[in-house]
Design a protein. Structure first.
Lengths: 342, 515
């Protein structure tokens, strides 16, 4: 087991190195001159050349690359050309915001999707199955941007239940600031007992998380349903029923556990997709996350921003997939990892 | 059972705060401004963009440019009066007494000298506005002198919204990195409380402000980062924001009808144009350039694309800016004239192909380009549209090998002067920066250089020279000037004291009050 994890970690580092290198060189091929962004909106020729020197863009590309990688190994991701702030601090802060949002979205998708999938499987072809199918299909088909705007208009505009945009109330940020421990507002405010901030964060997260969870919710429901159906047809389920084991026990203790394997795979993929696709939700709700950060970095030729964000995304994706693979092991002892005994 | 409890907890978690907290709505004394971006350059010597939303509340300059049409042209700011020598090379400013910076340091002539010297030395942002200054001399604590290399209107320059803000020398010593952490030390009515990156900047009243405080002044300002235009509109309508900075043109008619919103669209100093490449075939031919000028549906652009948010220009200088010449040649929308000019050019029909580059993400630029493309097709000119991001198209336009025939451009002055257009856009450039017409005319260069020198001394003569220069540009058809753009000032109807001033991208919130 340990050997397996060790090998996976080494592989992860190799992939990250490759991602860094490729992103570094590709970002420089995109047309556009970041020096002019650094120099300001209406700059003179001298200011442009001074900016180029200041950013080190007048040095040979290989030198710039080695310089960047050297700094990277020491934990310095450089300074964003677009915002002039250190990339590590910015990416860290925005990453926490996106990760928090995505995690809550996935939780919503699970909490609603799994039971719905189970119910649909159990009551196959009944009214509730059809309803959940319609719901799922619309969830996948609906453009995220449109859904977000609709939720904003109805749940905020008409009903006034939820706020319009942002991560937390303006006044709460002023009067009850959150101690920055992990960067996750919910967690930090909870452990410091900052209740106004905690409840404000939940309120502000509701609409973005709901918007983001829709597509995954739909997929989780369908996958759970179909794998439940498969499992329920298995011999051991028939046997257990024959023995008089209660329906509930059969469903949740025996069937669901086995049906969850595909669902767990989906969650791993969903995390990756959501992290990458968060920019749309972040734009609508002004969620200060990494999705909008990386899009802005790309469109403004902000090399340090691009490479820094890509690095973080890649690391997350690789880590989550590693965790998903490890979870398989616990959920289904039949899946053997090389190097494990049994 | 467990599921139901979970659901119950979730529902309570969402509903309870709604009941307990009064939704954190800002109080009457707080002004909420929806900014389309976060503050980037905190150093007032470098800032050259939307930082002015914050700068104008926290800092002050020596002078203030009055609302155009009002007298006097320049109002006192941190300077109470000023005089010029006869040769225009020495400006003496008398400074306001008893003014303190937010850090307790006194505002005096030494501070003025420090700021100008540091801004020039850094040479970043809008530092070029001080190019005429040879030396700043401290005469005494409250008298400072500007010694110039050549005559220049220092009173106007000191009112600029960039690079002219007075900041504490102690703060300047700490350097740009210190500013970049979200620090600001000015003499203005508001000081910076905190900066929640990517979310908001909070300012609160500076108790020791020399202008004093009244009951109805706003005591707190929140500059909220709201990047989505549609969200800004919603916030303005609901009252969550007292003012918005980026309202889409399509929303303006609706907001004008809303009684809770005061939506103004006053004329500004911003104009839109196509810079025509005079060195690239076939636009190197004067008749073709003039033909293009006659082929633009000016009224159609104003009505259809800008929704009435602009006016048809005459020449490169917007109508509300001093130095504008109303007697320039008019190119009106006349396809017959245009066709005739195309024939007179003698260029073969199949060679009449041009390219137009513009910022692709802008609905306005896209629509105007497509309209022009359709009109030009009618006079036999085929247009290839080249949309793209600004960084890319600007890069291409600077080099003659990759430059298009026409480059979409928007322009506005750093401080109020026609030379910003005339020199910035059409003066000969060895290495092209903004002269994307690639225009080089020594006679024109001399006129604008002399005009700029005359500005500080003899305004009337400057206007005369600028007129001659504008005439050359229009007769040479170096550009299609298609819109003097209206600004947008969207505010809640219960905000009083607002007078639009095109010199500044934001009002002084200190001057506003809630009715």
């Amino acid at each position: 087991m340990k050997k397996y994890i060790g090998k996976r970690l080494a592989f992860t580092l190799l992939v990250l190195f490759g991602v860094c290198t490729i992103t570094f060189f590709v970002s420089r091929v995109i047309p556009g001159d970041p020096a002019s962004m650094w120099a300001g909106p209406k700059h003179t020729q001298e200011q442009l050349e001074a900016a180029r020197r200041e950013l080190g863009l007048d040095r040979p590309l290989l030198v710039q690359y080695l310089d960047y990688m050297g700094n990277l190994l020491m934990g310095d991701l450089g300074v964003s050309i677009r915002t002039k702030q250190p990339v590590l601090e910015e990416v860290g802060r925005r990453y926490a915001a996106t990760f928090e949002l995505v995690t809550v979205s996935i939780l919503i998708a699970l909490v609603i999707g799994v039971p719905m999938g189970v119910i649909s499987a159990v009551r196959k072809d009944k009214a509730i199955d059809h309803a959940s199918r319609a719901f799922s299909i619309s969830g996948v088909a609906m453009p995220v941007f449109w859904l977000g705007l609709i939720l904003q208009m109805t749940l905020h505009g008409n009903l006034g239940w939820f706020p319009l945009q942002g991560r937390i109330g303006s006044m709460v940020l002023i009067d009850h600031p959150i101690n920055d421990i992990t960067g996750f507002y919910l967690f930090d405010s909870l452990i410091t007992g900052n209740w106004p901030a905690f409840f404000s964060s939940i309120k502000y997260m509701a609409l973005p998380a709901l918007t983001m969870s829709f597509a995954s919710l739909a997929i989780v429901t369908r996958i759970t349903r179909s794998s439940m159906l498969e499992v329920m047809r298995e011999d051991y389920v028939q046997t257990a029923t024959a023995y008089g084991v209660s329906r509930r026990t059969i469903l949740y203790k025996y069937a669901l556990k086995n049906a969850l394997i595909p669902t767990i795979t989906i969650i791993g993929l969903a995390y990756g997709l959501m992290l990458g696709g968060s920019v749309l939700v972040e734009s609508i709700f002004d969620w200060p996350g990494l999705g909008s950060y990386i899009v802005l970095s790309i469109t403004r030729n902000d090399f340090p921003g691009i490479v820094g964000s890509t690095l973080v995304f890649a690391t997350t994706y690789l880590t989550i997939n590693l965790i998903v693979d490890l979870i398989y092991f616990f959920v289904d002892p039949r899946i053997k990892h090389p190097g494990s005994k049994g | 059972m467990k599921k139901s409890i979970l659901i119950l907890v979730l529902v309570l978690a969402l509903a309870l705060p709604g009941a307990v907290l009064t939704a954190g709505a800002a109080d009457r004394n707080t002004f909420v401004f929806a900014s389309y971006g976060d503050v980037k350059d905190w150093d007032p010597a470098i800032a050259f963009s939307l930082e002015v939303f914050m700068l104008r509340q926290v800092y002050e300059g020596l002078t203030v440019y009055n609302t155009p049409g009002e007298k006097p042209l320049i109002l006192p700011g941190l300077a109470t009066s000023w005089t010029t020598s006869d040769d225009g090379l020495t400006w003496t400013f008398n400074l306001r007494k008893g003014v303190k910076f937010h850090d307790g340091e006194p505002f005096n002539a030494a501070a003025v000298k420090y700021v100008i010297d540091r801004n020039k030395k850094l040479g970043k942002g809008a530092a070029f506005i001080w190019a005429a200054v040879k030396e700043v001399k401290v005469v005494d604590d409250h008298t400072v002198q500007f010694l110039l290399k050549y005559p220049a209107p220092i009173d106007i320059i000191a009112s600029a919204q960039y690079c002219a803000w007075m900041y504490s020398p102690k703060a300047g010593e700490k350097g740009t990195d210190w500013f970049m952490q979200g620090n600001a030390i000015g003499t203005g009515p508001y000081k910076v409380d905190k900066w929640d990156k990517s979310q908001q900047t909070v300012l609160s009243a500076f108790k020791g402000y020399w202008g004093g405080w009244m009951d109805n002044n706003f005591k707190r300002v929140i500059l909220k980062v709201v990047t989505e235009e549609s969200t800004q509109v919603q916030m303005l309508k609901s009252g969550e924001a007292d003012a918005a900075s980026l309202i889409p043109i399509d929303s303006i008619p609706g907001l004008k009808k809303d009684p809770a919103v005061a939506m103004l669209t006053p004329p500004s100093w911003k104009n839109y144009m196509y810079l025509i490449n005079v060195k690239k075939f076939p636009t190197d031919n004067l008749k073709i350039r003039q033909a293009i000028n006659y082929a633009c549906d000016y009224q159609g652009v104003i009505d259809g694309v800008l929704n009435g948010g602009g006016s048809i220009p005459s020449g490169p200088i917007p109508a509300t800016m001093w130095g504008h010449d109303p007697n320039l040649r008019i190119y009106d929308f006349n396809l017959e004239k245009a066709k005739k000019l195309v024939e007179e050019s003698g260029i073969a029909k199949d060679k009449l192909k041009i390219t137009i580059a513009y910022i692709g993400t802008s609905q306005v630029y896209s629509n105007v380009a497509q309209m022009l493309q359709a009109n030009l097709a009618q006079i036999g000119i085929t247009v290839e549209l080249l949309p793209g991001p600004w960084g890319t198209i600007w890069d291409k336009a600077k080099n003659l090998e990759t430059a298009p025939n026409m480059q979409s451009m928007a322009w506005w002055p750093t401080y109020p002067t026609p030379s910003d257009w005339l020199i910035g856009l059409w003066r000969t450039e060895d290495k092209t920066l903004f002269n994307l017409s690639h225009y080089s005319n020594p006679k024109y260069d001399k006129l604008v250089d002399d005009g700029a020198a005359a500005e500080g001394l003899d305004k009337a003569r400057a206007i005369e020279l600028y007129s001659k220069a504008q005439k050359i540009l229009v007769d040479d058809a170096v550009a299609v000037f298609y819109a003097d753009v209206n600004d947008q000032a969207g505010m809640r109807a219960d905000i009083g004291g607002f007078i639009y001033n095109p010199s500044y991208n934001i009002a002084r919130i200190y001057d506003l009050y809630r009715k």
